[in-house]
Design a protein around this ligand. Structure first.
Ligand code: GLC
Length: 440
């Protein structure tokens, strides 16, 4: 295909540069380990160009699987790093952790999408053996999600740290976190005295990226304090929840889970694997429960605080993720699509901004508080196609590919001028663009 020829070549180069043989790092400079959803996106991209390497990427993700089924959001691969990430997490505190050091939390379960997409590219007999190899491990992960993360049997999984949504400093997540009074007095004093800058030197990311393109140091501290609380409880969910700290029925996570569940069912049918009836019931419950995240007053889906039971009514890109979830209420999906066309909301020059343009949180440079990201665009594009909004699908796909072709392969993009932001040569941008350039 000579269409996007240069872009395809650049994407392949980035993926090769970040390739460590069996796993891919998001960026050599600032993300030297393996991340769960990053690697899944990489596998989705590689499925189009190098199927064996795509399989390997997925297999390496499962090297980090805990004996209870959890897939950690990070597997620590690099030996020397700026801060000692292994000690930071100390996964060995929990006897269910594997021999390789990992984090103790998860990330959205997009790996099912990677497995099924690889499978669909394989001839039937190889597809059978691929699913036979991967499905039992994947089911263990989904079983873990329902066992550990759906304590009230509502059908919606909770996340216990904003990092588990993948959208680290997204407004609804920070809002929920700050409502728990997580800002300690010493931090409040440092902020009030305007001396928080002293702590900036401990950051690795801002050595490579302008400061205004990253999460603030005070937000990072709060996120890290929550991490250390979770670690103190050895990643044991009952203990963590008994402290009534952060727990959110996250929209992004659950939309991805719903789609992943459908993939699990399809793969199980293909290999004639008997799925546990109880698990299938849970899958159905998730689909129904997603509708309870709809707010009829704001005409939007939101995440919900698990402890208060209140929707977190702060608009963000998460509110568009039901497009990807599949099988949701058609009239609500129409409202979402209209918000994509609205110039006060998501119709920026270079869409889709991670926060609507009219939000008081919106900043065109700051991480998950404004910039357009390729993975969230990819979810929306995939959802538009499956919901048969084909013109919108084509338009957003073309705009996204052009933005990357012109702006370079970056972590995220300025939604007003399309400039690349964050770290350059970012793996999931490359992988998902490769996927989007393929013929339908
Ligand atoms: C940041 C992103 C997260 C991603 C990680 C590695 O933490 O917010 O989604 O997985 O970087 O790229």
């Amino acid at each position: 295909m000579d269409y996007y020829f240069k872009l395809i070549e650049d994407c392949e180069t980035v993926l090769k540069e970040n390739d460590f043989g069996k796993y891919t790092v998001p960026s050599k400079e600032i993300y030297p380990h393996q991340w769960l959803w990053d690697s899944s996106f990489v596998a989705i991209g590689l499925a189009n160009t190098n199927i064996d390497r795509a399989k390997q990427e997925v297999i390496s993700i499962f090297e980090g699987q805990w004996s209870d089924g959890m897939l950690p959001h990070m597997i620590f691969r690099a030996k020397e790093t700026h801060n000692d990430d292994r000690e930071f997490w100390a996964s060995w505190r929990n006897p269910k952790s594997p021999s390789i050091p990992t984090s103790g939390i998860t990330q959205p379960p997009i790996v099912a999408e990677a497995i099924i997409r690889i499978g669909k590219k394989l001839p039937k007999s190889e597809r059978l053996s691929w699913y036979k190899l991967m499905l039992p491990k994947l089911i263990d992960y989904h079983e873990w999600i329902y066992r550990e993360r759906d304590p009230s049997n509502s059908g919606l999984a909770i996340i216990i740290h904003p990092w588990e949504s993948g959208l680290d400093n997204s407004p609804p997540l920070l809002k929920a976190l700050k409502e728990k009074n997580y800002t300690p007095i010493w931090l409040k004093i440092l902020i009030a005295l305007g001396v928080i800058r002293i702590l900036d030197s401990f950051r690795a990311d801002t050595k490579h990226i302008p400061k205004d393109q990253r999460a603030t140091t005070s937000d990072l501290i709060i996120l890290n304090l929550l991490r250390s609380r979770i670690k103190k409880n050895s990643y044991k969910i009952k203990k963590i929840l008994s402290k009534k700290s952060f727990a959110v029925e996250d929209l992004t996570f659950n939309c991805i889970l719903n789609r992943a569940n459908a993939h699990v069912i399809e793969m199980a049918k293909f290999i004639k694997y008997d799925l546990d009836e109880k698990l299938i019931e849970k899958f159905t419950k998730t689909e129904k429960a997603l509708e309870t995240l709809w707010d009829p007053y704001k005409s939007q889906y939101f995440s919900r605080d698990y402890f208060t039971g209140n929707l977190i009514k702060e608009p963000s890109i998460a509110s568009l993720m039901p497009l990807y979830a599949g099988n949701l209420d058609k009239s609500k999906l129409k409202i979402i699509v209209e918000s994509l066309e609205n110039k006060d909301l998501y119709a920026s020059n270079f869409p889709v901004p991670s926060v609507p343009l009219n939000s008081p949180w919106f900043k065109e440079t700051e991480y998950w508080q404004g910039p357009s990201w390729i993975n969230t665009n990819w979810f929306i594009i995939d959802g538009l196609k499956r919901s048969k909004y084909l013109d919108h699908y084509e338009a957003l796909k073309e705009t996204t590919l052009e933005m990357v072709e012109n702006g370079g392969i970056f972590e995220y993009y300025n939604p007003n001028n399309g400039h690349g932001q964050g770290i350059e040569n970012f793996s999931w941008t490359a992988a998902l663009c490769l996927d989007m350039t393929k013929k339908d």
